[in-house]
Design a protein around this ligand. Sequence first.
Ligand SMILES: [Zn+2]
Length: 681
Amino acid sequence: MKRTFLIATLAIIAASCSQPRTTAPDVIPMPQSYSLQNGSFTADNSTTVTISAPQEAKARLQEYISGTLPFAIDDSRKSNCIALVTRDSIDGISSPEGYRITTGSKGITIEATGEAGLFYGLQTTMQLIDNEGAMPHGTILDEPRFEYRGMMLDVSRHFFDKDFVLKQIDAMARYKMNRLHLHLTDAAGWRIEIKKYPRLTQLGAWRDDPNWKVWWNSGRKYVEEGSENAFGGYYTQDDIREIVAYAAERHITIIPEIEMPAHSEEALTAYPELSCTHEPYKQADFCVGNEKTFEFLEGVLSEIIELFPSEYIHIGGDEAAKQSWPDCPLCQKRMKDEGLKDVDELQSYLIHRIERFVNSKGRQIIGWDEILDGGLAPNATVMSWRGTEGGITAANSRHKAVMSPGTFCYLDQYQDAPHTQPEAIGGYLPLKKVYSYDPVPQELDSEKAKYIYGVQGNLWAEYIPTPEHMERMMYPRILAVAEVGWTQPENKEYDNFRNRALTAVGYLKSKGYTPFDLANETGNRPEADTPVEHLARGKKVTYAPQAPYYEGYAANGDSTLVDGNRGAWNNNDGVWQGFIKGGVDVTIDLGEVTPLTTVNADFMQICNPWIFMPTEVIISVSDDNETFTELTRIEHELVMDDALTFKNFGWQGETSARYVRYVARIGKKGGWLFTDEIVIK
Ligand SMILES: [Zn+2]
């Protein structure tokens, strides 16, 4: 009796001073679980940090805190402090990156089993102090879903200097990302000093125009370092050591990428003897038959391995044209000697051999999913970019996979309505779509799903000439990648995330970053958000044989134009259907004679990729599918401009019919037609 009374009294006291808080913490990524109260602890000038951790971890944390945070370190303090404490184990935490934060009136305690966990607990704490003004009382228990949470920066197409990279490392650490993949080599410039091969940076790092697009379309020439018209740059080995150390202090591993066998025009112009024809400016692929190629690649990789402590060395492997190999005596001899049946196997020979070399140095290779072609190297990890197939194939053969499919993870696409944005490579990938990604493909069972190592956002820089533009493309979308990589799917919710992303955009701006203005996002094409109801939905569509849709833009196949779905801003969204031969000529069978008042369809025009409006539209109806009556014939004169435009071509009136034929003709200029739905009411 007495005991019950005591417990009840304590419960009343507890309830009176700590009301449960219902709002989610304003932190990215969202923690796995939390129990917060309405009270909060306010850190001020006199708040200190105490660290109880093994000596090495303690020293690194001290260094980071004294260089970054506004708090002094004082191990003797018991109140008004943030205590960092390592534990042998913590209930509910299995990852060394996980942490528990307990906050009360005396201060904040962050516990973890490893240094990374303390670091991430500190990031959560700092975000809450910055975003909410104080640390809410209560408990946060958190750990990541995936071990690998990455970002790739393409520093070849446009060069971004050391200070830019260090600045992005700060932001990545705040949002708990832990891999920075640098695309260091490509046709547009070799970006890292290699002592053994100085021509790579004396010539290969400099081109005659600062803008990639202009350079690419005007001869693609390299020039000597120091020339008047030399644009580009590279990281010295000292720069790299500084970047690697700065990142390591923030629990970020830098993964270097050296492209092979393709995307290597700059290396093969600096050292033409490594290509099949020995001519500068002719080849993108290394000669795989030449032993000198391996001497070169191993020489480069030896210096790379020395500079980067990363478990992974990225060896590229993508998009090899393999054009010179069939005609090269050395490549042909290699294929014969090694019993290789085609050029895919010749590429695979190179990858396998490079893997043996990298493994001999105690490291692993990772490569784009083309490294699967011709047989995967025994210990390789696959970076799946051409959709998710590569990742699925890798996981099914018990190889690790990092998921970075173009449709969700290629941040060089437009993040808002293209006509409101600076030129990008194409596509439409708004924050919401990045956020919707689940890196574990549904095709994998739970056993194979364990091979999905993580997720990565890739920022290719062909159309990104300045640091400000790079940051605009990166933020806030990379924050969605961060949450996809950290937070369990059941704890994700887009509207809530978007609010936190708005806070993050404000914070980043205050720190001198140039994020995209999310608050003023135009958003998706309004028609694309809600399916349209109409009489033809689900009815049979017959395409005239002389006017088929193009297989590469089939969208939903024969049902596309009557499935109720309207397209987004981009023609390749899987909803727009493309026609290049014969235009559009379809007949829809409504099943029975039906009263009609409107028939119409939208078309898009964007001149650069040769997508135009039709120059003539004819709509006609029939009851027997033989004799058609023309309802309208619309002539349209093409207006050539840079804009993305949409136009509706249709008929209004009163009639009745069973069959409706919609014809849209391509003008004399040729090109494409794209339409998404024929709406009949
Ligand atoms: Zn060759």
